[in-house]
Design a binder for this molecule. Structure first.
Ligand SMILES: [Ca+2]
Ligand SMILES: [Ca+2]
Length: 419
């Protein structure tokens, strides 16, 4: 227990220190400090809740009961209750808790490394908790590059040197699975005043909205932290920067590229290509597919033997992020009662992402997914499998297209009305 007592004392003194530095009046929290809640004296409970606690809940409005073709990273399973669908979110909460390795005031936070690993690894590395102190926090925030200096290496460059909150985590996951076509939509949803830029207030409002319905106290508490590496990255240390749409698009694009590079390099080990078998292992990671059968099909096919480069993998991932569009094209073919040929697949893919996929890659994809061996891909063979991959095994509830963003917009509208 002495460890925790020491930690507790440390948090208290850091918090006082930070507050003195903050420009606001005494007792107020600042967006540049990690807020501390003296009124909330009991820390053991929340800590236990964090370690052993159950899932939180999101309440998704169910006016639109239609099931979309795709899952969204918002929720897991739902049941109807008084006109709303009560949806538990154990997987995002659990995943966050499993991978978070920073502790502040009994709450857990992720480092950029934790976030990347939560997406690319099945299990968290074995880790203790890094107790946040003034030195670590200050160092972490100082080393965050501005958005204009961001790259597809930003999270890896920061690595252990940063803090991300649960709302950050939700925002990042949801950004990760969106096709380019929807970046504009995300921007418009956050830019509620329609000024053409996103400011910190709008961003924080979005973050509050996506977590405020969570019943998980631990998550609510971690949500109360008012700064993070992500916030500093996007809005600067003084929180005054505004994001133009291009800034946000670049950020999401870099994030998607960074995660794909990590997925790719896990197998390429720094080399230029991965084998079709390794490609299959990445794609089928979150499925119950029999890999041995896939390997057999690939082994007997000489056309599949060439390696897959990162840019080919990246293009294919763009298609996976645009599965909604692709599904429409495939459904059209299904109505006609037939599966897709490689050529038709290529055409549907081109329509969905605006560029052509490499023919050899398409051929490999067919070898991986063509279970009945008729040389064509049915909806069931491809789409029903890949939609799980898209959310990286989160196995989210299938909701309407806009998912979390739609829910968020509703919350913001309500909030604005109540102001
Ligand atoms: Ca705005
Ligand atoms: Ca088939």
């Amino acid at each position: 227990m002495s460890y925790y007592k020491t930690g507790r004392r440390l948090f208290h003194s850091i918090s006082l220190l930070l507050r003195r530095r903050a420009s606001g009046s005494p007792g107020s929290t600042s967006r540049y400090s990690l807020s501390y809640h003296p009124q909330d004296g009991k820390w053991v409970g929340p800590l236990m809740a964090l370690v052993f606690g159950g899932g939180g809940y999101l309440y998704l409005r169910s006016r639109d009961q239609r099931t979309s073709l795709l899952p969204q990273a918002t929720a897991d399973e739902g049941k109807e209750e008084k006109g709303e669908v009560k949806v538990s979110v154990p997987r995002t909460v659990k995943r966050y808790k499993d991978f978070a390795s920073v502790m502040y005031e009994g709450d857990m936070f992720m480092t950029p490394r934790d976030f990347l690993e939560s997406i690319t690894q099945d299990e968290p590395r074995s880790h203790g908790f890094q107790v946040m102190d003034d030195r670590i926090l200050s160092k972490a925030l100082k080393s965050v590059p501005s958005l204009s200096r961001g790259s597809s290496r930003t999270f890896r460059d920061l690595w252990n040197n940063g803090v991300l909150t649960y709302p950050d985590y939700l925002f990042l996951i949801n950004s990760l699975i969106k096709p380019r076509r929807q970046f504009e939509l995300i921007f418009k949803m956050i830019d509620v005043d329609g000024s053409g830029t996103i400011d910190l207030e709008e961003f924080e409002r979005m973050q509050k909205s996506i977590t405020r319905r969570s019943e998980n106290k631990a998550i609510q508490r971690s949500s109360s932290v008012s700064t993070s590496s992500l916030i500093v990255h996007m809005f600067g240390r003084d929180g005054r920067k505004k994001l133009a749409s291009d800034d946000l698009f670049m950020f999401i694009d870099n994030l998607q590229t960074e995660v794909r590079q990590m997925e790719f390099q896990k197998y390429s080990l720094g080399g230029p290509t991965i084998t079709p078998e390794e490609f299959a292992m990445i794609l089928l990671r979150h499925t119950s597919y029999d890999l041995q059968e896939v390997f057999e099909r690939l082994k007997n096919d000489t056309a599949s033997s060439q390696g897959i480069s990162f840019s080919q993998y990246d293009d294919f991932c763009q298609l996976l992020n645009a599965l909604d569009d692709f599904a429409v094209a495939m459904t059209m073919y299904n109505i006609a009662g037939k599966s897709l040929s490689e050529e038709e697949f290529g055409r549907a893919a081109r329509v969905s992402i605006g560029k052509s996929l490499d023919e050899a890659v398409i051929h490999t994809v067919f070898k991986i997914f063509d279970v009945d061996g008729d040389g064509k891909l049915s909806y069931k063979e491809f789409l029903s499998v890949m939609k799980n991959w898209q959310v990286r095994g989160m196995k989210m509830k299938q909701t309407k297209h806009e998912g979390m963003w739609s829910e968020f917009k509703t919350c913001v509208k309500l909030e604005m009305r109540n102001q």
